[in-house]
Design a protein around this ligand. Structure first.
Ligand code: IVH
Length: 725
């Protein structure tokens, strides 16, 4: 449909203002309709390429006539809002995700890391379960006194949607459990649609002349998120139980993963018949290959095999990283690939000035999804050189405009260009010349030298800093983005508009300007925002309200919004939790400026923060321009103190502990993870701020220092008694 339009439509440059306005209105409606189909109904009507074509046309018209940008412009909206009608449920235990393994070596690393963490040699004594990774939707189903009381989707892992009525229509899921089960039972698993049921449903749709569904997973998701549970009931959804959340009386339950799942079977849940309990790496990988061979015959989609440590006491000792358990991993099946051509190579300039080349591809379907772009990462990647200088393509193939390439898509990751089909390279194809200047601001673009290794960094960066429009606007866009300040009505398009504004009463160049906009508007004799096309009185009031609402913000969001290099959401959370308040964080970063001393050691000791990240944070706080922006920002907004770690009834919560000497009761990693799990901070060096030093045999200078400073010293056994065994 959209493809036809592109052939008959008027060139953007030839559109009159009126025709442009009409078309923008039509595109807003049409794109909103497709967003709704895609996000809320899981039933797209057009291909991704056609959707992109519509969006591109919309953007081109907006660029030609910026005064016509609509408040509901599709370039501003991010997908469709979630259905407002399902209530939220907070999971009693978070629903985590799994780390991925792709190659056999990754699985070996996983197995070895389990042994290492537990302080054992990899002697095959630890059993693992291996079972298919079902490509459906994960679900947590709660029973109280044997009765199904609620069911929730995974959502963001902390809260999900209450889909109890819909889940009750799934015949395979018992509404009642047998007598004698614990009073609280939360069974977790995957809701999916069988391949044969999916095909039958599509045959029915075709017979009725209706739009076909894309794949079983989307259809299952769509079938479940129906306000009318009768629709769900008609869809033949199925379920496999493989995990659990809260369980009362856990001591009466089995002590292994394998037996727990068998117990679920006894309680009436479907469990996957291909689960096996295995010890050696060879057996585990053998089972992976067997499942891979059976994959086409199975009546449900799977995308890998999940391995879990079998013994639950070992699972408990291994514990969790921020988002995934240490005791499990998902071994994915190889990604899907296809051939297409590189039509062009564009350069995008990011928030940190990185110049990222992007291949514009002739649209192609890879594993059921239309791919039009692929990242080319950096200059070296185009030349066929990897991050450590290694050759990444056969015979040193580089990538050129006009080349036929193999594109790979794996899961949700950005598509990659794997290789070039040299036989099809056009005779006149020239090697791509990476720009020496920033395509946006014209500043020099350079590859920095890594101080440690002396090697050239793979990333080319624009040296324009705050002068570069792309960097400055990308910074602002990051600042207002969904997981940062999330200001409604202030999206990418508006950021561009306010950034470009000439009038000082309208201009937003740095984050604090967002919060002074209202005041500047109120006192301005000049242009009023509400008189500008695309704003209007109501939307201006809403925008100011949305801005005011964010004057108080969670510390982790505040830190994330600062846009410090390498500091994503997870790191921001770690920092917020560790330092508690912005003042404590900023003071510590100031103390760490010399990249030495206690504050520096303390930062590096936070589990999940490595040296590169630590350096980037400290460097951020050394740049006067950053400090100026933050200082101005803090006169407008107040970051809220972060909640201290939950297990605060432990005597070690909030205390700083140093482990030294050789530990005999647990490995250092395990000691650290357990202490942190109880809310303690684990540091690498002893200082005035240290509360306890746990010293094993052979402890030396740290023990001396502790004695000198009068810090309490314990043996490993004393520590164990202190933390409760
Ligand atoms: S175990 C704490 N087992 O994969 C770990 N997950 O990438 C709990 N999934 O959100 C998950 N099949 O939706 C587990 N046999 C299986 C699975 C499985 C599919 C999904 C699940 C999870 C996602 C993680």
């Amino acid at each position: 449909m959209a493809a036809d339009q592109t052939t008959t439509e008027t060139a953007v440059d030839d559109l009159t203002e009126q025709a442009a306005a009409d078309e923008l209105e039509r595109l807003a409606k049409e794109l909103s309709h497709h967003d709704e189909l895609y996000h809320a109904k899981d039933a797209p009507e057009i291909s991704d390429a056609d959707y992109d074509a519509l969006k591109k046309r919309n953007a081109a018209i907006e660029e030609r006539y910026p005064q016509l940008i609509r408040a509901d412009s599709p370039s501003i909206k991010v997908g469709a809002a979630p259905l407002p009608t399902f209530a939220q449920i907070t999971h009693s235990r978070p629903m985590l995700s799994l780390d991925n393994a792709f190659a056999d070596d990754d699985v070996r690393d996983f197995v070895n890391s389990v042994y290492r963490f537990l302080g054992q040699l990899p002697d095959g004594s630890i059993a693992f379960t291996a079972e298919p990774k079902i490509d459906g939707l994960s679900m947590s189903i709660r029973y109280e006194n044997g009765i199904l009381v609620n069911a929730a989707t995974r959502g963001d892992g902390t809260t999900g949607e209450n889909v109890t009525a819909n889940i009750k229509t799934i015949k395979e899921i018992p509404n009642k459990l047998p007598k004698g089960v614990p009073s609280v039972v939360e069974v977790r698993g995957e809701v999916y649609m069988g391949k044969s049921d999916f095909l039958a449903l599509n045959a029915e749709m075709e017979a009725k002349g209706k739009q076909l569904y894309v794949n079983p997973r989307n259809t299952a998701a769509g079938s479940l998120r129906q306000l009318d549970a009768k629709v769900t009931a008609s869809r033949k959804l199925k379920f496999f139980a493989y995990a659990w959340g809260e369980m009362s009386e856990p001591n009466d339950l089995p002590s292994t993963q394998y037996e727990m799942v068998q117990t679920f079977k006894d309680w009436g849940f479907p469990v996957n018949p291909l689960m096996k309990r295995l010890n050696s790496l060879e057996d585990i990988l053998g089972h992976y290959r067997e499942i891979g061979l059976e994959r086409p015959e199975l009546d449900y989609d799977i995308d890998g095999v999940v391995y879990k440590v079998d013994r639950l006491d070992l699972q408990a000792r291994l514990g969790f990283r921020s988002r995934s358990p240490r005791w499990a991993t998902a071994h994915k099946f190889p990604a899907e690939q296809a051939f297409t051509t590189v039509e062009n190579i564009d350069i995008q300039v990011g928030r940190t000035g990185a110049l990222t080349p992007v291949a514009r591809l002739t649209p192609i379907t890879v594993g059921g999804v239309v791919v039009t772009n692929a990242t080319l990462h950096n200059e070296d990647y185009i030349k066929g050189i990897g991050n450590s200088g290694e050759r990444i393509r056969e015979d040193d193939h580089d990538i050129r405009i006009g080349d036929t390439v193999i594109v790979q898509r794996a899961g949700d990751v950005i598509p990659q260009v794997l290789d070039v089909v040299m036989e099809k390279r056009p005779a006149d194809a020239k090697a791509y010349e990476f720009p020496k200047k920033c395509p946006v601001c014209g500043s020099h673009a350079v590859r920095e030298k890594n101080e440690k290794t002396g090697k050239l960094d793979s990333v080319t960066r624009c040296t324009g800093g705050f002068v570069c429009r792309a960097q400055a606007t990308e910074h602002l866009k990051h600042f207002v983005s969904r997981n940062a300040y999330d200001i409604e009505g202030l999206g990418a398009k508006q950021v561009d508009f306010f950034f470009e504004a000439e009038d000082p009463a309208l201009q937003i160049r740095t984050a604090p300007d967002i919060f002074t906009l209202k005041k500047r508007q109120e006192t301005s004799q000049l242009l009023k925002l509400e008189n500008i096309d695309g704003f209007g009185r109501v939307s201006v009031r809403k925008l100011f309200d949305a801005i005011d609402e964010r004057r108080s913000i969670a510390l982790n969001r505040f830190i994330y919004a600062l846009g410090i290099r390498h500091v994503g959401e997870t790191t921001a959370k770690l920092l917020a939790r560790h330092y508690g308040t912005y003042e404590a964080f900023a003071e510590a970063m100031n103390d760490a400026a010399s990249l030495s001393g206690d504050a520096w050691a303390d930062l590096n000791n936070i589990e999940g923060i490595g040296e590169i990240v630590a350096r980037a944070i400290v460097e951020f706080f050394k740049e006067p321009r950053n400090l100026d922006v933050v200082t101005r920002l803090l006169t407008e907004v107040t970051p809220q103190a972060a909640e201290q770690i939950a297990a605060s009834n432990s005597p070690v919560a909030g205390k700083t502990v140093v482990f030294t000497g050789s530990l005999e009761r647990f490995t250092r990693d395990e000691a650290k993870a357990r202490a942190e799990g109880l809310g303690a901070k684990v540091a690498g060096s002893v200082s005035k701020k240290t509360d306890y030093v746990v010293a094993g045999p052979g402890a030396g200078s740290k023990l001396d220092k502790a004695r000198e400073l009068g810090v309490e010293v314990m043996t490993e056994d004393e520590w164990l008694t202190f933390i409760g065994g």
